[in-house]
Design a protein around this ligand. Structure first.
Ligand SMILES: CC(C)(COP(=O)(O)OP(=O)(O)OC[C@H]1O[C@@H](n2cnc3c(N)ncnc32)[C@H](O)[C@@H]1OP(=O)(O)O)[C@@H](O)C(=O)NCCC(=O)NCCS
Length: 215
């Protein structure tokens, strides 16, 4: 199964918001730092598990240095709003002791939550992961992160209770997706990412990055 990480996906959310999905590169360092700075305290806590308002620069460095093999990272950028650093990001790291499993993280800017951004990022990560031989994604979800828990529940993930979080496991097998609304949304996004079922969203890489002047 082939998947070209150089692909750029121009898509529209349900409400028509135009987004571009593309891989993250080291040139996105400032963009990522600014996007994190703009998160609400709750979203930042759910993503980074700390109430501290500064994010370790080494973490930002790690986030924007994917090798697109064992560490894969994608951004969702607004195609019409140059004032936004980005509307979402998602990444996974392959587990060293279990190369068919990768740990996934995802964050959507607060004002864009509930509009389908994470579903699109999930679809791209799903296809990218499968092309690299990854068979399941795991996520560490804080106990009170109800949105994330409800979403992956609706995608058929299992949840194992730990001290302050859930260890969730999502098999990358479309035939195992349940009959839920979230799974239906993901199926549609997967079809678009694969270039079937709707207008072809795939474009060659653009000459200049979308979503703002910041590199
Ligand atoms: C969790 C998160 C990534 C979801 O992103 P999103 O763009 O809002 O998600 P989507 O709009 O694509 O919705 C996906 C599904 O999640 C579910 N969902 C989303 N928000 C929900 C909420 N507040 N309560 C219950 N279910 C919710 C729905 O089932 C939805 O699918 P549907 O609308 O097709 O039924 C986002 O809330 C976020 O960034 N939270 C802060 C950071 C975080 O928690 N990251 C995860 C760390 S493990």
């Amino acid at each position: 199964m082939s998947f070209d990480p150089g692909q750029v996906f121009d898509i529209e959310l349900r409400d028509g918001t135009p987004l571009r999905l593309r891989v993250i590169t080291p040139a996105d360092r400032d963009r990522i730092a600014e996007a994190i700075r703009r998160l609400s305290p709750e979203s930042a806590y759910f993503r980074f598990w700390t109430r501290a308002r500064t994010v370790n620069p080494r973490l930002i460095e790690a986030l924007c240095s994917p090798d697109q093999q064992d560490h894969v990272a994608w951004a969702a950028l607004h195609r019409g709003r140059a004032d936004l650093p980005g509307v979402g990001g998602a990444s996974f790291w392959r587990l060293a002791d279990d190369p068919e499993t990768a740990e996934m993280s995802i964050t959507v800017a607060d004002e864009f939550q509930g509009r389908g951004v994470a579903t699109w990022l999930q679809a791209v990560l799903w296809e990218h992961a499968r092309s690299l031989g990854i068979r399941r994604l795991v996520g560490h979800v804080l106990n009170d992160n109800l949105a994330m828990r409800a979403w992956w529940d609706a995608l058929g993930a299992t949840a194992e209770e730990r001290q302050r979080h859930w260890l969730m496991r999502l098999p990358l097998d479309e035939s195992l997706l349940p009959d839920s609304r979230a799974a239906g949304s993901l199926r549609q996004a997967l079809a678009r990412v694969r270039g079937v079922g709707g207008s072809d969203p795939v474009r060659t890489p653009p000459a200049a990055p979308a979503g703002g002047a910041r590199p």
